[in-house]
Design a protein around this ligand. Structure first.
Ligand SMILES: C[S@@+](CC[C@H](N)C(=O)[O-])C[C@H]1O[C@@H](n2cnc3c(N)ncnc32)[C@H](O)[C@@H]1O
Length: 264
């Protein structure tokens, strides 16, 4: 799932000065930085190994080593799961988001080994729940092992089968505060519509992989998954029920992005 080596992207180097306002704040350049260097920095190309290094550097300060999460990643590798789970800093982002608005109930589409599920389960209170949907029975089995390792099994319900059917039929008594959509991209608009039905007003829906190494914005890519993301973006453009944006995620997982939608 890594981007091709020739797909290099520029890192913006923006200097921020809180005392200045509006445009001036944006354009403020520290005296030690010459405009020409700043422009050069912005145009600097970088590679997957640079992004991985940056992620590891930031994580060393911000994402504490955690035996349970390390063990999950280790188990996933040993059991031969594809390397497509969220990264640790993305898992922590989901955790912090859930904590920020006191999420009690989280919905997930696409479990794999349950790494992202475990992060959200850590965030919800003891009487909270994460309900996660997974197609592959073997992945579900490994996820259950992982949740036991992390001590979060009691907070998680796994629904096996294709979410194109199971999610559509799902009718819980209580709505969710947060949904994380991370299964096949071909059906991401279907999952998004179902998440809208299942998440309360004021809740948040996150969709992973909405950039897909830049393929979504490049019309020469016409595969089902890439077109699935485009269908979602087009649908949201005229959807007055949600307010949305996307955040590019650049790191060990390559160039990708989260879609963040708030249910109005
Ligand atoms: C990117 S992985 C999920 C990673 C996980 N959220 C994490 O970050 O730890 C995508 C998962 O979606 C599952 N999936 C694909 N199509 C599906 C479907 N139709 N219904 C449910 N799950 C599906 C795949 O089997 C795979 O485990």
């Amino acid at each position: 799932m890594n981007p091709p080596a020739d797909q290099a992207h520029a890192f913006p180097a923006r200097v921020y000065h809180p005392q200045k306002t509006s445009l001036a704040r944006y354009l403020y350049i520290h005296p030690s930085i010459h405009m020409s260097n700043w422009k050069t920095d912005r145009e600097r190309t970088s590679s997957l190994s640079d992004w991985t290094q940056v992620e590891e550097y930031s994580n060393s300060f911000l994402v504490r080593q955690d035996d349970a999460f390390n063990a999950i990643q280790h188990n996933d590798k040993n059991r031969g799961l594809p390397d497509i789970a969220v990264s640790a800093n993305q898992g922590k982002f989901l955790y912090l988001l859930a904590k920020t608005f006191g999420a009690r109930r989280c919905l997930e589409v696409g479990t794999l080994g349950g790494f992202s599920t475990a992060w959200m389960a850590r965030a919800v209170p003891d009487d909270g729940k994460v309900v996660t949907f997974e197609l592959n029975e073997n992945y579900g089995k490994i996820a259950r092992e992982n949740w036991k390792i992390a001590g979060v099994s009691d907070k998680i319900s796994l629904v096996l089968g294709s979410a194109t059917e199971t999610l559509v039929q799902y009718d819980p008594k209580e709505r969710f505060d947060l949904a994380f959509i991370d299964a096949d991209k071909e059906h991401c608009l279907l999952y998004f519509r179902e998440a809208k039905r299942l998440v309360r007003k004021g809740g948040v829906i996150i969709v992973d992989n909405v950039v897909r190494y830049g393929k979504v914005a490049d019309p020469s890519y016409q595969d089902h998954d890439t077109n699935g993301v485009r269908d979602l973006l087009k649908a949201i453009q005229s959807d007055d029920d949600v307010d949305a944006t996307s955040l590019n995620t650049v790191g060990s997982k390559g160039l990708d992005g989260f879609l963040y939608a708030l249910l109005k």
